[in-house]
Design a protein around this ligand. Sequence first.
Ligand code: 5GP
Length: 129
Amino acid sequence: MSYAYDDQNIFAKILRGEIPNKTVLETEHSLAFHDIAPQAPTHILVIPKGPYVTYDHFAAEASAEEIVDFTRAVGEVSKMCGHAQAAGGDGYRILSNAGPDAHQEVPHLHIHVFGGAFLGRMIKVPEPR
Ligand code: 5GP
């Protein structure tokens, strides 16, 4: 099955400047900004600028330059927000939802970066569909 990208999704609109955002970091191929409804003291979203729906889509079709840029942007954000242990912090969590079972709301690849509090166990107990 091929990946169908909907260019009317919220993050596509943010990338086109049609919706404002609180930018944390911008690189050639990536943008990081604060989540509008933070679920931790730090909750930052990192997105590629290219039209990718999920991580597997990005991994399959992005260029090497995009992949390096995006991977480094996520690492840089974890340091910029002070939570990376290399930055003297107590750690952070990264997470990317893909598809309905993971409750992906915005169909443009995004990595959530959470930090600033003890985040508990990895995920809550799965519920029946
Ligand atoms: P998902 O459930 O797709 O993994 O996460 C989507 C995230 O996007 C949610 O955490 C939600 O709060 C965030 N979000 C949705 N709309 C906007 C928006 O317009 N601006 C920002 N900054 N975040 C948004």
